[in-house]
Design a protein around this ligand. Structure first.
Ligand code: AMP
Ligand code: ZN
Length: 470
């Protein structure tokens, strides 16, 4: 079945038509490794996992590339503040990211290129842009000339005259010919990691990283490019501008963007301080399997409102699935196979596939699954399993679990029941004190709530906050 997706480029639903029949090249913008990923970031990575697994379910061979942004303003600032080299600083966050992916049973991409290992390719692409008149050098930095690109902004539909490059514009970009231009190469600043280039020592800008790495691994034109909706402008518009101006060929054909995970109406983000990492939630005893279920159960183009009740509801949905499996395992088979069971199994695998092919309609796919659970329960309860029916049902469930990866409880180890250590609790208490001192009440309240959930009693004293387990 040919899947149809909402392509941000052109804003319409289109049938997928890969360049090579049966094969899909997929580029997914990866994490900036200056901190632990929060579960908002993980929602986007999980959406990409579901996309990849759905394409495989529908018979495609997928080549997925996810970059690691290990050099940019944030990683450099973080390393500087910690007094560490860039690699030394990013290494634990890279490890933490892979741990989170494994916890959530995200299938690994075939490639995880790091920006710092591909600076030569970024320089080459920048040189090409200069040679073709799309970029210019100023005092050791190189900028992309937006006015040289006729269809600049075609992804977001931004008004080019009003363009202000988003929050990743350094305040040091003086001397540009046009304020709208964005940086491809940044001249060296004291204390920063640098690489040699035709324009002197410096480092790449963020956007050129993804253009260079995607085209290196997937070719100048490839099938699908993904990210969160905040990547659409300027990051992805800039990637298109750089890549198409340098090669003269169309860049990615289909662009898919997942909506944000929100908390009380606001995007979960590091800067708002309203975030949880996966490890925070595991420390609270939350089940990673329920987390995966929650993150995949809301369609990717809808905002996902994160609440603790929603994790509980996901746990309850999983219990229904587990009870079904238990009943199935204990059901007695007698007589010949039941045609009804074969019919239900066929219906499950084909209707589930149809829902995925409909722009990854996971809520419809889960409705198909729960319909199947209900109908097979009726067959089991009426004593109706025949020879081989149990295996037939388990095989159909295993097939849809190639996408969901939550159905089989034996595949999951439970989250630690022990809860957080004294050191972890002390860390949160200290962090709450620090947040209150800088009047960041959103963060301090959030930490207070987290501690309250763990029955930690806080006592404010003139010497700081004391705590004990309640
Ligand atoms: P970053 O590590 O900041 O480069 O972000 C990694 C990915 O997470 C990007 O694709 C973002 O679009 C995505 N992202 C950031 N915040 C959220 C959020 N609250 N919900 C969903 N995705 C997010
Ligand atoms: Zn990117």
């Amino acid at each position: 079945m040919t899947p149809r997706f909402f392509n941000t480029l052109g804003r319409r639903v289109e049938a997928l038509a890969p360049a090579q029949a049966g094969k899909v090249g997929l580029y997914t913008c990866g994490p900036t490794v200056y901190n632990h990923a929060h579960i908002g970031n993980l929602r986007t990575f999980l959406f990409e996992d579901i996309l990849r697994r759905s394409l495989e379910y529908l018979g495609y061979e997928v080549h997925q590339v996810m970059n690691l942004t290990d050099v940019d303003d944030k990683t450099i600032q973080g390393a500087h503040a910690a007094g560490l080299g860039l690699d030394e600083y990013t290494e634990p966050f890279i490890a933490s990211f892979f741990e989170d992916l494994a916890t959530l049973r995200v299938q690994p991409a075939q490639e995880y290129p790091r920006a710092t290992h591909h600076v030569a390719e970024m320089i080459e692409l920048t040189e090409e842009l200069v040679a073709r008149g799309h970029a210019y050098e100023k005092e050791g930095s190189v900028f992309f000339r937006i006015a040289s690109d006729e269809d600049y902004g075609k992804l977001s539909g931004v008004d080019v005259d009003q363009v202000v490059q988003g929050d990743r514009v350094a305040s040091d970009e003086y001397g540009k010919d046009d304020v709208r231009d964005f940086v491809l190469w940044k001249a060296a600043k004291p204390g920063e990691p640098t690489w040699d280039s035709p324009w002197g020592p410096g480092r790449p800008g963020w956007h050129i990283e993804c253009s260079a790495m995607s085209m290196k691994y997937l070719g100048n034109s490839f099938d699908i490019h993904c990210g969160g909706v905040d990547n659409i402008f300027p990051h992805h518009d800039n990637e298109i501008a750089q890549s198409e101006s340098a090669t003269g060929e169309p860049f990615a054909k289909v662009w898919l963007h997942s909506e944000h995970l929100i908390v009380e109406g606001q995007k979960m983000s590091k800067s708002l301080g309203n975030f949880y990492t996966l490890k925070d939630l595991l420390a609270l005893g939350k089940d990673p399997r329920a987390m995966r279920y929650l993150l995949l159960s809301v369609n990717y183009r809808q905002k996902l409102n994160f609440t603790f009740e929603a994790i509980e509801a996901s746990g309850a949905a999983l219990r229904r699935l587990d009870e079904h499996r238990f009943r199935l395992q204990h059901a007695v088979e007698s007589g010949e196979a039941k045609p009804r069971v074969a019919e239900l199994c066929e219906g499950l695998t084909s209707d589930f596939g149809a829902a995925l092919a409909d722009d990854l309609n996971l809520s419809a796919a889960l409705a198909v699954l729960f319909g199947f659970i209900k109908e097979t329960n009726i067959v089991i309860e009426s004593g109706g399993l025949g020879a081989g029916d149990r295996e037939r049902i388990l095989t159909a469930l295993a097939r849809v679990d190639q996408v969901l990866a939550v159905l089989d409880p034996s595949q999951w180890t439970q989250a630690s029941a022990e809860g957080p250590s004294d050191e972890e609790i002390q860390g949160w208490v200290d962090e709450r004190d620090a947040a209150r001192r800088r009047r960041d009440f959103a963060r301090s309240d959030e930490l207070r709530d987290r501690l309250a959930e763990l029955s930690i009693v806080l006592e404010d004293t003139p010497d700081g906050t004391r705590w004990k387990r309640g």
